[in-house]
Design a protein around this ligand. Structure first.
Ligand SMILES: Cc1ncc(C[n+]2csc(CCOP(=O)(O)OP(=O)(O)O)c2C)c(N)n1
Ligand code: SF4
Length: 422
């Protein structure tokens, strides 16, 4: 079945808005080039132009105002396949706010197309002046006419090094012009000139689009640079980051029935994040899905270190933890960082080093001498203890993980086994 690019022809723009013309011509151009919706990633940002993404069957990403070019650049770095296309939609307001992102993508000649929806003002917020508003154009923040000339985004992008830049009037069929841009290897930018009927036309009733563009000195045309597109490998073979990652093979069972959130927390330098990743890998080895998030101060050598983990027999669609099911605290830094969340626990378990004062909580408290094995190994010891007391995974699955990671010699495995039976 041929899936259309647009879910509907009734797009959400005001009547006569040029954004409607751009969206429909974009899909026509993509069809002409033989793209399928899921070959295309359309990145939009805040502004009327950005409300198109709910109508698209392509991949869509919606970013902060002025940041769609930066997001598009990031996606371009990761999407190297020739049959894929990254298209950035941005308003004249967004282009001004994120001008440097556009320039950087042009300078590097990234494989993407930016479509500037230049309706000469901020449409969504009521018609304010942007950096692309032409001199003399009336807006709700310049009723006497904009006293400044707008940037020439085409000239700037061309000078920065874009393979292809074009300025077109947002009238009639512009799909061929867009198709040239979308088919360009390297960076292309299309500036589509339009007037927002709701603000631009009302505030400039006697003016016509062609006359505004002409008096602003904005030539309708195309500009090329003969350049190779950006190539992240620069001809060199770059090692795949995942090459050395060994798959985690399932070999153990878990009887966990529902998503269980676990917080491990202690002090920086005491192996909290390592313990968390060993626990997670052991859980994966036991057939569970996991999420793992680490938080610590930017000064990574001092203060708390907290790991937030979800373990579940099902796929996990949300990784946040408001009130945890289980908390393991191995130091005073960890306790201070989690005191509020521990206070909110109405049930579940709090495992806490016996040297610490037990905080107020509704959880069942289990005190233990985690630090007795030495501060640097308290967290590693605590995950064995957690596994043994709760049964969410087996201690054998953790031992196997340590072995597979080649860490048996580095960690005090024998001491931990001894401590567990005491
Ligand atoms: C950083 C930031 N500044 C201001 C706003 C408020 N804001 C929302 S939409 C908008 C105007 C958008 O204008 P433009 O980018 O030209 O797109 P259009 O609405 O004309 O399509 C503004 C200023 C915001 N969301 N983010
Ligand atoms: S306010 Fe202007 S830019 Fe926004 S949808 Fe309406 S006509 Fe288009």
């Amino acid at each position: 079945m041929n899936i259309p690019f647009l879910k509907t022809d009734a797009l959400p723009f005001c009547k006569g808005c040029g954004h409607d013309l751009i969206a429909k011509n974009t899909t026509r151009a993509l069809e002409k080039l033989g793209f399928k919706p899921l070959d295309v990633i359309i990145v939009t940002d805040i502004g009327c132009h950005g409300i198109i993404d709910k109508c698209l069957n392509t991949h869509t990403v919606h970013g902060l105002h002025g940041r769609s070019a930066a997001l598009g650049a990031g996606i371009t770095f990761g999407v190297e396949e020739p049959g894929k296309k990254v298209i950035v939609f941005i308003g004249d307001g967004g282009s001004t706010i994120g001008l440097q992102h556009i320039m950087e993508a042009a300078r590097l000649n990234l494989n993407m197309t930016v479509v500037v929806h230049n309706n000469f003002l901020y449409g969504m917020t009521g018609g304010q002046t942007s950096g692309l508003t032409p001199h003399g154009f009336n807006t709700t923040t310049s009723f006497e006419g904009n006293p400044y000339a707008g940037y020439d985004i085409c000239a700037l992008s061309h000078t920065a090094g874009a393979s292809h830049v074009t300025r077109v009037m947002g009238i009639g069929d512009i799909s061929d012009k867009l198709a040239v841009a979308f088919g360009t290897r390297g960076f292309s930018l299309v500036e589509v000139m339009e007037i927002c009927p709701s603000y631009g036309m009302k505030l400039n009733p006697k003016r016509k689009l062609s006359e505004i563009v002409e008096s602003a000195g904005k030539e309708i045309g195309e500009w090329f640079n003969q350049r190779e597109p950006f190539n992240i490998r620069q001809g060199k073979k770059i090692a795949d980051l995942l090459e050395k990652t060994r798959p985690v093979e399932k070999g153990f069972k878990s009887y966990l029935k529902k998503n269980t959130s676990v917080i491990l927390s202690g002090s920086a330098g005491e192996g909290v994040q390592l313990a968390a990743s060993l626990l997670c890998k052991a859980a994966m080895r036991s057939g569970l899905s996991i999420t793992q998030k680490g938080s610590y101060p930017v000064t990574v050598g001092v203060g708390f270190s907290t790991a937030e983990i979800n373990l579940s027999p099902e796929e996990i669609h949300f990784h946040g933890i408001a009130v945890p099911d289980m908390v393991v605290i191995t130091s005073g830094d960890g306790l201070a960082h989690n005191k509020q969340r521990i206070a909110k626990m109405k049930d579940g378990f709090l495992f806490i080093d016996q040297s610490l004062e037990v905080p107020s909580t509704g959880a069942q408290v289990i005190q233990h001498n985690f630090r007795g094995i030495g501060a640097r190994n308290a967290s590693i010891f605590s995950i064995f203890f957690l596994a043994m007391k709760t049964g969410i995974i087996s201690t054998e699955s953790i031992l196997k993980t340590i072995e597979e990671e080649g860490m048996t010699e580095k960690l005090p495995v024998a001491k931990i086994k001894e401590a567990l039976v005491q």
